[in-house]
Write a protein that binds this ligand. Structure first.
Ligand code: NAD
Length: 261
């Protein structure tokens, strides 16, 4: 099975911590040159310094606030200055928690900008190079909420469904160019994002965080939270040559938590 990404370049968004950082690490292990993009320069510098560097694979960093689609487009153009980008990992911080009726129109609009319009800007900038290379991988980090909406994550539930539908549409348009478009749907994954949500949920439900975590674990057949590396392993496989005929899918990586739908 060909998992080698030697000679390929990737742009990984939201890469200073959590799932994005793990994606950058896994892609680097497969020989890819990776540009890590996020807001925090110091965290990015540390992350780049810690990456495995295969011969000829020079990693780099880009400071960008993905809540602004114009900044996202500028970041993509900057990444392209060093050559074509074959792999795009669309990822950023999760939207704020809240009930459907509690979130404001501005909250929904901000998430649409950060999660859809920025991803769209990146895709528009990078697709011409992927087309020329006749190799492209667009992988969106979404959520199991694409298949089963999660209570009190109304904005995320709404935006993820829209991005998933866009990605499927893109996969149809880009198939002839040998560009695949897929979504990875993390389940409960042990990162800052999950810990923040667990704090909020525990207080809403008048539970300790530990009690809430025990209740969540009971819903996961594997009885543990995922590691960012386990999400990233699926991402790296989808990015690899071995996944050349997989496109337009939603891949849950959730320890079996989603029910049969
Ligand atoms: P995280 O909060 O641990 O990491 C998010 C990363 O995105 C960080 O590097 C952060 O600096 C960066 N980031 C945040 N806002 C940004 C911005 N405006 N511009 C640029 N970079 C920005 O989150 P995570 O757990 O790694 O989650 C990644 C994505 O996966 C999120 O969208 C999250 O909602 C989703 N997700 C996470 C889980 C989970 O259990 N952890 C489950 C389902 C979906």
């Amino acid at each position: 099975m060909d998992l080698s990404l030697a000679g390929k370049r990737a742009l990984v968004c939201g890469a200073s911590s959590g799932i994005g950082l793990a994606c950058a690490q896994q892609l680097a292990l497969l020989g890819c040159a990776v540009t890590l993009a996020a807001r925090r320069e110091a965290a990015l510098a540390e992350a780049v310094a810690g990456l495995h560097a295969a011969p000829g694979a020079a990693h780099s960093r880009l400071v960008v606030d993905l809540s602004d689609p114009r900044a996202a487009e500028h970041a993509a153009r900057t990444a392209l200055d060093a050559g074509p980008v074959h792999i795009l990992i669309n990822n950023t911080g999760g939207p704020p928690e809240g009930a459907a009726l509690a979130n404001s129109a501005d909250d929904y609009a901000a998430a649409f900008q950060a999660h859809f319009l920025s991803a769209r800007a990146l895709v528009h900038a990078l697709v011409p190079g992927m087309r020329a290379a006749r190799f492209g991988r667009i992988i969106n980090i979404l959520s199991t909420s694409v298949k089963a909406p999660i209570p009190t994550l109304s904005i995320s539930n709404t935006i993820r469904a829209g991005v998933a539908a866009w990605a499927k549409t893109l996969s149809i348009e880009l198939g002839p160019d040998q560009i695949t478009v897929n979504n990875v749907l993390p389940g409960f994954t042990d990162t800052d994002r999950l810990r923040d949500l667990q704090g909020a949920w525990a207080s809403q439900q008048k539970l300790t965080v530990d009690d809430l975590r025990q209740r969540q674990l009971a819903t996961i057949p594997m009885r543990r939270f995922g590691h960012a590396d386990e999400i990233a392993a699926a991402v790296a496989f989808l990015a690899s040559p071995a996944a050349s005929y997989i496109s337009g899918i939603n891949l849950p990586v959730d320890g079996g938590r989603l029910p049969v739908l």
